[in-house]
Design a protein around this ligand. Structure first.
Ligand SMILES: Nc1ncnc2c1ncn2[C@@H]1O[C@H](COP(=O)(O)OP(=O)(O)OP(=O)(O)O)[C@@H](O)[C@H]1O
Length: 695
């Protein structure tokens, strides 16, 4: 067959697969609507409900692929190596079989979803199935029975338009068939992140398929695919362990901010996974509380440090007092009394059990009620119950006086607003200087007028965790973890029921409270056995740009070796010193916008307003990247502090020296900015470049 004929044949097969998927969905929908195999409406109510839910899920799983290519690769095996049966003349399955079996070969098609023929015979294999492993892992030294690996290319409308064959069995060890991979990486970006299921590389796939019980921490240079690997690992785990994960609390991705979440939001749904929670760390620790403040570096270092856990614990327990008055409990016109001594005895019983504050308080209330009940029974007998007694104003007052209920936000507010209370709770734990760094000045009038920082939310969550355990999740993917404080990590640990996937790059750590050591991060997460893996092949950033950014590495992360870029690209880097930066930036943007793909101007946060004016003055349509919004225009103006995890085809970084000067970890921030470009990076400056870049 010629190349053209092959493409025609493959397109026909794609159309056939689409028809089969439609049929599968049609059958599942009919069973759902018709209630096939459901039992009696009353007797089998619960069974029927479970069956309907299951079928709804099947229909959902088979939906959403109408426009998407149903397969992206094919493996060529010797005939009989995969399938035992061959097409027969009258078999209904022949159409599918004819494509997947020839006299010489068995072809295994790999796609986002498994597709079956009318007789249930698989014609496309889900990328997560065991059979698909060879698609990602077969290589000339280890061919796994594969003769040729084929990857497909698609045009803008999603139509199959090209393929690339990579000989495996008997081929020389160094394969160069990566044209489609490079094309896929360089395909102009617009909107959210895409899945990489068709081109996951072996070093990435190994991590995607890590066992469900293994916590994996991935240290990776910019653009090595950490985020992509984390998301695909979740999809893989849901495929292989869906019921277990659902039963154990479901799964979640935690990212640094909502711009980042908006960027990754569609990856899992395109892989068919719609049940994954996607949260920022602040959504996790302070749902419903808005973060409106950034702590200064000194306060952040103290608030983020694990010593705060002890300070909060002491402050919480300081709320508990000794009984100081007799308790008077009125029940049905009679009054019962518990002396201070009686209450102190009950209190001692509870305290000796070493329970948490919340659970201890509940037990204390129960014990007081029980003490009253015992007296009632010794007297005239009673029909009162413990629950009724627990609700009487007398018991409530007695509990309140000794073991008050606590509102976590108010408790944190009171601690930070009152130097006296802080001094007591922090004695021997925080130095006076550290205490001064976190005391609120000026003191807000009330908890309502308090402005909260991200770290305040972590403190509130710590207190809430002392009152009762939050709901746990079976697997958490924690992205940009290099920036989290011990207090943030403790909040995540409280919610981890199983293993996790921790992603980050120590060279991109910009927060003053970052832990900067993966073993310590894993320890704070209570997963000290987690393995640290390194990804060092960068897919996003062209070699010239990555080498330029890597000049900063000895200054920001001396222990890390420089990343290697997967691809070279002509003229990917321009460094322009100029007296007229505005003109250069505008011209660069205009030139980039004349081509394809996304463009982003990255500036120091405090310069963004000035750049807004400049861009508006020349009439260039642009969108400012905020917390909640992804670029609506092709040109984005972004403060560097929000750039983490994002990428654009063309990036213009303006005034690197101002980015560096803006914060203590300015060089790390600059490293993030310089590594966002897929095609070209333009560095525009009027001020001298930071010294490490000048070499
Ligand atoms: N195997 C692959 N095939 C195609 N594209 C890939 C592959 N691996 C990574 N990429 C692409 O490279 C880019 C960077 O990936 P990703 O954002 O996951 O990297 P990262 O390591 O999280 O980067 P950062 O540290 O900057 O956040 C993305 O566009 C991703 O789609």
């Amino acid at each position: 067959m010629t190349g053209g004929e092959e493409i025609r044949a493959e397109r026909e097969f794609m159309a056939l697969c689409r028809a089969k998927l439609c049929r599968m969905r049609g059958e599942a929908t009919a069973m759902l609507v018709g209630g096939a195999a459901e039992g009696d409406a009353v007797v089998d109510k619960y069974f029927n409900h479970a069956l309907r839910e299951f079928r709804k899920k099947v229909v959902e799983d088979l939906s959403g692929f109408d426009g998407a290519p149903l397969f992206f690769g094919r493996l060529d095996y010797a005939a009989g190596a995969v399938f035992d049966d061959r097409p027969g003349k009258e078999s209904l399955a022949d159409e599918g079989m004819a494509h997947t079996r020839t006299g010489d070969s068995d072809f295994l098609y790999v796609g986002r979803r498994g597709v079956r023929d009318a007789e249930g015979v698989p014609i496309v294999i889900d990328w997560r199935a065991a059979l698909s492993r060879a698609f990602y892992e077969a290589s000339p030294p280890e061919p796994m029975g594969v003769r040729v690996r084929r990857r497909y290319g698609f045009d803008r409308s999603g139509e199959l338009s090209a393929f690339e064959d990579e000989p495996i069995e008997g081929a020389p060890a160094t394969s160069t068939a990566n044209g489609l991979l490079v094309k896929e990486i360089e395909r102009p970006r617009q909107g959210p992140m895409r899945d990489i299921v068709a081109t996951i590389q072996p070093e990435q796939m190994r991590l995607v398929r890590a066992p469900v019980n293994e916590t994996v921490c991935i240290q990776g240079a910019p653009g090595t695919g950490k985020t992509a690997v984390g998301l695909h690992r979740l999809a893989y785990l849901l495929f292989s362990e869906r019921e277990r994960l659902r039963k154990d609390g479901g799964v979640a991705v935690i990212g640094p901010n909502s711009a980042f979440l908006a960027y990754i939001r569609t990856v899992l749904p395109t892989l068919g996974e719609v049940e994954v929670r996607q949260l920022t760390i602040d959504d996790l620790t302070g749902p419903g509380i808005e973060v409106t403040k950034v702590d200064d570096p000194q306060a952040a270092r103290v608030k983020g440090g694990a010593a705060m856990a002890e300070v909060l614990r002491r402050h919480l327990w300081a709320q508990r007092r000794e009984p100081e008055e007799e308790a008077e409990i009125k029940y049905r016109h009679r009054i019962w009394r518990l002396s201070e001594q009686d209450q102190a005895e009950e209190l001692a019983r509870v305290l000796e059990r070493g329970m948490g504050y919340g659970a201890g308080r509940k037990l204390y209330a129960q014990r007081l009620a029980h003490a009253v009940l015992r007296r009632m029974e010794c007297g005239s007998g009673t029909t009162a119950t413990l629950a009724e007694l627990g609700k009487t104003p007398g018991i409530r007052r007695a509990v309140r006086g000794v073991w008050p209920a606590v509102d976590p936000a108010r408790l944190v507010f009171e601690l930070l607003a009152d130097p006296g209370q802080l001094a007591v709770a922090a004695a021997g734990v925080l130095s006076e200087v550290d205490q001064r760094a976190i005391v609120l000045a000026p003191r807000p009038r009330s908890v309502r007028s308090m402005r909260w920082s991200s770290l305040d939310l972590a403190l509130i969550d710590e207190v809430a965790g002392l009152l009762g355990r939050p709901a746990r999740m079976a697997h958490i993917v924690l992205d940009e973890a290099q920036d989290l404080s011990p207090m943030h990590l403790r909040a995540v640990a409280r919610r981890m029921a199983g293993a996790g996937t921790v992603l980050g790059d120590l060279a991109q750590a910009t927060s003053p409270f970052a832990v900067r050591d993966w073993a310590a991060v894993l320890a704070w997460l209570d997963r000290p056995d987690g393995t640290v893996e390194v990804l060092d092949r960068g897919y996003r950033v062209p070699a010239e740009v990555l080498d330029f950014a890597a000049r900063l590495l000895p200054h920001i992360a001396p222990g890390l070796s420089g990343p290697k870029s997967f691809r070279r690209r002509e003229n990917a880097l321009r460094v322009i010193g100029t007296g007229t930066p505005v003109r250069v930036v505008v011209e660069t943007c205009e030139r980039a916008l004349a081509g394809e793909g996304s463009v982003c101007v990255l500036a120091a946060d405090e310069d963004v307003v000035a750049w807004q004016r400049e861009l508006a003055a020349v009439g260039l349509p642009y969108t400012v990247l905020g917390d909640d919004l992804l670029e609506a225009e092709r040109l984005t103006l972004a403060p560097v502090s929000l750039a983490k995890g994002l990428e654009y085809d063309t990036v213009v970084v303006v005034e690197p020296a101002r980015i560096v000067a803006a914060e203590p970890h300015g060089l790390q921030r600059l490293y993030v900015a310089l590594t966002r470009a897929v095609s070209s990076l333009h560095v525009v400056h009027a001020e001298p470049l930071p010294a490490p870049l000048r070499v």
